[in-house]
Design a protein around this ligand. Sequence first.
Ligand code: AMP
Length: 219
Amino acid sequence: MTRYLVLLGPPGVGKGTQAKILSERTGLAHISSGDLFRENLKNQTELGKMAQTYMSRGELVPDDVTIAMIRQRLSRPDCAVGAILDGFPRTPAQADALDAMLQEFKGCVDAVPFITAAEDVLVERLSGRWTCRAHGHIFNEKFNPPQKTGVCDFDGSELYQRDDDKAETVKRRIHVYLEQTSPLIAYYRDQGKLIEIDGMHSIEQVSQSLLTALKMQSS
Ligand code: AMP
């Protein structure tokens, strides 16, 4: 059965970590809009260069380019079984565009897990976050350290700290989330699709809550 899930929650709550785990355990494709922008930036594409201005300020990339990028990604064959959307939609216009897009693919947003955590925890998690260069695996120097400092446990690639994980930019990103993305909580609650998940527990506990709430078997 094709399933499309939207992971909602503030920056630093663990959407990326949980989306990776859910994708591995369910076989659904993982689509991270932030990763797609970072990949474009690494490859110095026109899209990447344009997005960089917004990303470095902690602001949102304009809706039209973001929507076009996601449409292209959703058309790829690995999404035929469905997808976990992480970081998209982030505005009501993006959510409307997603509904229209999925109609074209004869699907719809099935469920929206909304992961929550206290704001001071978000700042602490983001400022201690280390990301793997090769595949975006995520570690935290305090809560989920790699076995060897600076090296990814999964693929041995270098770990780096994202520019936008610096304290000032983190605060801006949380502000942007509250202003532009939080209206989506009501949007999906009104559709009866929102499932609240407490993100203040361990990574494994949160994954289990997600799988149980979504009534999905771990493979
Ligand atoms: P993330 O990795 O999800 O924290 O995203 C990093 C940055 O990429 C964000 O701060 C935005 O600048 C940009 N970005 C990611 N997803 C979106 C989106 N859906 N709409 C607009 N900008 C986005």
